[in-house]
Design a protein around this ligand. Sequence first.
Ligand SMILES: [Zn+2]
Length: 317
Amino acid sequence: MPHPSYRCPNCHAQLPDANQATLACSHCQERYVILHGIPQFIARRFLDPFKQTEQHFHDELSCAATAAGVAARDSTFHLHFKQPMMNLSPGSTVLEVAGGTRADGIEIALAGQFVTMLDLAPQAVERARQLAQDAGVRERMRFCVADSEHLPFADRSFDATFVAASFHHFPNQLAALQEMKRVTKPGGYVIWGVEPAAWPYTTVFKILGPLKRFIRRRRIRAFNSIADDTTSGFTKSQIKELFNRAGLQVQTIKPVKFLTEFYDSCVRMLGKLARRNFVPIASIDHHLSKVDALLERLPLVTKLYWHWNVISRVPRA
Ligand SMILES: [Zn+2]
């Protein structure tokens, strides 16, 4: 089995092979159920009200995920953070933390790697497994439900660990980044893709507040993400400090998405107003990302990019 074996997320002791209805830790006695073939590595005490709300929100969101939505993710700013992992020698092991139905892990599996994908939301994980099946990479992927702060793996298990567009949803961010480092081999990658920049939260999003509240009142959704409502994004110096504190060596901090974000946001906003699931057209997104790559050279514009990609490594020492 090329995938690193599961460990108890509570005490890191070895677990029996995942082919029964329950996984019982012989060390700490914690039991984890397997639902529809997916291990649920969440001890009840890990789930505070914040995490429960995020879980319900992302389960609800995952039901709206479409194959077209997955294809639209194949854009240059995603490719930038995925490329180091796609370039690893075939058969390398990669962990996608809080993957939802975004399917970056699927594209990495298509490049020949063995990918484990986890998320806190059980329905999102089931949906992601179906997307992997549809993409023909089910045999190179493995799925489980787990909490980013308690990863069910031994130290130094993976060649690379990444999170995309989800890190700002974690309540204890340093703990989550330290966990990602713990399960990654020395010299391996710890990567962040498309996490929000700070400046829109004090400007654009403040101005758009009334529109957001208007959309919420019309929308039939049981849960909203507390994290999306309370995050203030990240500045470059905050990212440096966070990765330093986690003991990671940062290689690249790249601002990403300028026009592409305007386009994606407009499509999503129109979808919300029309109460339809509009998906950005991949070819438009692709062309705009080429313009973004040119705009990147203008110093002022670089300060106004919407997101960050971060490539870091676990020190070899
Ligand atoms: Zn245990």
